[in-house]
Design a protein around this ligand. Structure first.
Ligand code: F0G
Length: 458
């Protein structure tokens, strides 16, 4: 009989000890952190599911690549390796390295967005939207309604609603839309994919209205995996081939290599248009570094080039997304409300449903993340109205439909046993939920407030 289970396509060569502190230590730590898990010291955390960004474990090949760093100021051989690899796997012939994803978002927003412009996208991401707004643009969410419903089982909740897009184009005019900002997968919707067919339809629409498509390719490999698993006719195709197809439909891409590409730092802006790339290379020297390193060391570019190759292997991505699914299924079995279907990089707890006694203005997801930490030492992240921030025009709190806590799984870092402990910790919080109290701001930063805000219990 053929085995039903799969296992990680690697074995462990180096380990980093972690420890569980006492409950009273954790109570003191979260108080000192203003009930914000971003302000905890990592030494006080047991299982760190804050983010999958830059938290990846690199392979022996990547570490060997680090020793091959060519730290020349100009023309490092690792830049050429990276640019060739981006072209081979993502299909963008012009590659401008940046220190991480938001560096690329900054360049792209500055290049293309003018004050008064409108940028439609399949749900916002925090840094992406902020750079669009700082450049004078207004972001418009054109994702399908299913994306805002945590219980909808739509297989491609990252899809764009073309009616919403068309309505916006008719209202503001195509000339005020510098590009369509399309993410694969959609982080804030729960790590949900966009289908190849939907992106083809968007491309067709964009061509007829002379619009550009810019892809947020941060987790596009995970998106390609979901296409292989769920989209009719795609089941036999390698993930690497599907990734190329996704990218072929876009005019350019911003990339945070800290996710899919299995590194701890790095990103790039990928473009087709040589003139636009020339302008981007003019800007990168102002904000990041020379166009052949963009804020990265040569060794970082080498590790990212090797990481890209490893990231598109089907065995890798099956185990990566499979581990996230494993945790999700454990929570579903325990009747914990989570965003469905389980996403590519994280399991998202539906905090509004878990803590119905805490009103939205008292930040139930922030309170849930804090109490999960106190209960278990597991660190998660709020993805609700604290993350959504204030409306750029009215200054009022944005109250998104989704009020979530994200259990984000770093790649190749934790074992299934860590997932079991995490699931039990969430169950524990759920059974003590009546004791969880709402929070109010003690300090609210102006930009991306979730990173550094401080709270106190109400
Ligand atoms: N786009 C998406 C979809 C992201 O998830 C992120 C980062 C970025 C862009 C920005 O990239 O961090 O390299 O500057 N997401 C991290 C997270 C921070 O935890 O989800 P960056």
């Amino acid at each position: 009989m053929a085995p039903h289970s799969w296992a990680e396509p690697w074995k462990i060569k180096v380990v980093e000890p972690i420890r569980l502190t006492s409950r009273s230590t954790r109570e003191q730590a979260i108080r000192e952190a203003g009930y914000n898990t971003f302000l905890l010291r990592s030494d006080d955390v047991y299982i760190d599911l804050l983010t999958d960004s830059g938290t990846n474990a690199m392979s022996d090949r990547q570490w060997a690549g680090m020793m091959m760093g060519d730290e020349a100021y100009a023309g490092s051989r690792n830049f050429y390796h990276l640019a060739e690899t981006v072209d081979r796997y993502y299909g963008f012939p012009q590659c401008i390295p940046t220190h991480q994803g938001r560096g690329a978002e900054h360049l792209l927003s500055r290049l293309l967005i003018h004050p008064g412009d409108h940028v439609p996208g399949n749900m916002y991401f925090t840094t992406t939207r902020l750079h669009q707004e700082l450049a004078g643009g207004t972001f418009h969410d054109i994702i399908i309604d299913d994306a805002h419903d945590p219980s909808s089982l739509h297989p491609f909740k990252g899809n764009v609603d073309l009616t919403k897009l068309d309505r916006l184009v008719k209202a503001v005019g195509a000339s005020r839309i510098p590009y369509l900002s399309i993410a694969a997968t959609v982080n804030m919707a729960g790590g949900q994919p966009i289908s190849l067919q939907n992106l083809q339809e968007i491309r067709y629409y964009a061509d007829t209205h002379h619009l550009r498509i810019m892809l947020d390719a941060t987790r596009a490999v995970e998106n390609a995996w979901f296409i292989q698993q769920r989209e009719p006719g795609q089941g036999e195709r390698p993930v690497a081939e599907i990734l190329r197809d996704l990218c072929r439909l876009a005019d350019g891409a911003t990339m945070s290599g800290k996710k899919d590409s299995l590194v701890n730092i790095g990103g790039w802006l990928g473009l087709r248009d040589p003139d636009l790339a020339e302008q981007a290379r003019n800007l990168v020297v102002v904000y990041e570094g020379l166009h052949t390193y963009g804020g990265l060391a040569g060794r970082d570019m080498e590790a990212m080039a090797i990481g890209i190759e490893e990231s598109v292997e089907d065995d890798h991505i099956r185990a990566r997304v499979g581990q996230v699914e494993y945790l999700g299924n454990r929570l579903i079995a325990a009747n914990i409300p989570v965003v469905l279907p389980i996403g590519g990089h994280a399991v998202f707890l539906d905090a509004a449903t878990m803590l119905p006694h805490i009103p939205r203005f008292a930040f139930p997801a922030q309170a849930l993340a804090a109490s999960l930490y106190v209960e278990s030492g597991v660190r998660a992240m709020e993805r609700g109205s604290v993350s959504a921030g204030r409306d750029a025009e009215t200054g009022k709190d944005r109250i998104p439909a989704l009020e979530l806590v994200r259990l984000t799984i770093p790649r190749r870092v934790y074992t299934q046993a860590h997932m079991d402990v995490t699931a039990e910790a969430v169950e524990q919080v759920m059974s003590n939920r009546d004791g969880v109290r709402g929070l109010e701001f003690e300090y609210e930063p102006q930009y991306l407030r979730f990173f550094q805000a401080r709270f106190r219990p109400i």
